[in-house]
Design a protein around this ligand. Structure first.
Ligand code: GUN
Length: 295
């Protein structure tokens, strides 16, 4: 049986990070401009801590000015908004990212809307989401941007391809659908209420899984030869009962990967796929924001 080609996020992300580092070095040398990124983490969600550490380390490694603000889970809305305001006004900071989800009791939307759209390197502010929907230059959410880079490197021109996005989140589903549409794909956004989801998925030349449900997309939902982009990062117990009893966990995507390998043409692994691209694209967005702000 033929085996899908694995889309290597590690290599692609490395290349993007290297390009970002080179651009940072050039901006410093030629313009005295050091792109600056501020990441805000509220509370102690273990997954968020891992992501935030990675964002801090990679931005420093790329030569950026990088600061991480850690606030307790019981921080007040006003205090969080005051920090965002301070970062908006800080000339050394060109990118402001508030890690999501925020602890209960905080108004996530209000916090995102408080970020200066020019510094919104997550691309989540309504101004950036609206500009993306209208096809205007904007800061594009990092994960969707990473998915598009993977698709372009794998397939080249995407014109006319049927793309199905499973998931309609503001962070991934909606923006990636916009980007696929801009690339002249025929786009369907499917979700938990979609009737006969397997049949809808089977129409896809490009299948993007962004539902956050471990291994939900089965091999027989995939059209033979399709390109599968798995955005899910789910922590689950090991299937081996001994390891599971020891409380050991592993990361899996939204796609039943091992079975899908026999059907798909190309597929992203989890881990080692889209997740690595998210941080690399954050570096790219921070460089873009710094250049636009500096004029
Ligand atoms: N939580 C999970 N992914 C992301 C992301 O891309 N940005 C932010 N801010 N929070 C997240």
């Amino acid at each position: 049986m033929s085996q899908a080609q694995i889309i290597d996020g590690k290599i692609m992300a490395e290349r993007l990070r290297e390009a970002a580092a080179q651009e940072v070095a050039r901006l410093k040398a030629e313009h005295g401009l050091q792109p600056g990124l501020a990441v805000v983490l509220v509370g102690e969600d273990p997954a968020s801590q891992v992501y935030v550490r990675s964002k801090g380390e990679h931005s420093k490694a790329a030569g950026m000015h990088s600061v991480t603000h850690r606030l307790p889970a019981d921080v007040g809305q006003a205090e969080l908004l005051a920090l965002v305001d301070q970062l908006n006004k800080d000339p050394a900071i060109h990118g402001v990212l508030v890690q999501l989800p925020l602890p209960k009791g905080l108004d996530e939307k209000a916090v995102i809307e408080a970020i200066d759209p020019a510094k919104d390197v997550d691309g989540l502010h309504v101004v950036n989401a609206g500009r993306l929907a209208q096809g205007l230059p904007s800061l594009v959410p990092c994960t969707p941007l990473g998915c598009m880079i993977m698709l372009r490197e794998t397939l080249g021109d995407l014109t006319g391809k049927r793309a199905v996005v499973v998931g309609r989140s503001v962070l991934v589903g909606k923006p990636i659908a916009q980007l696929l549409l801009q690339a002249d794909c025929t786009v369907t956004i499917a979700h938990s209420r979609t009737q006969d989801l397997p049949a809808v998925c089977r129409e896809a030349d490009i299948l993007v899984a962004a539902v956050g449900r471990p291994q939900m997309i089965k091999a027989d939902w995939i059209k033979p030869g399709a390109t599968v982009i798995d955005v899910g990062i789910n922590r689950v117990p090991f299937s081996d009962p001994v390891k599971a009893a020891q409380g050991k966990t592993k990361l899996v995507g939204d796609v039943a990967y091992k079975q899908a390998l026999a059907v798909a043409g190309h597929i992203t692994p989890v881990p080692g796929g889209v997740g690595l691209m998210t941080v690399a694209c954050l570096l790219q967005n921070t460089v873009t924001a710094a250049k636009r702000i500096a004029g």
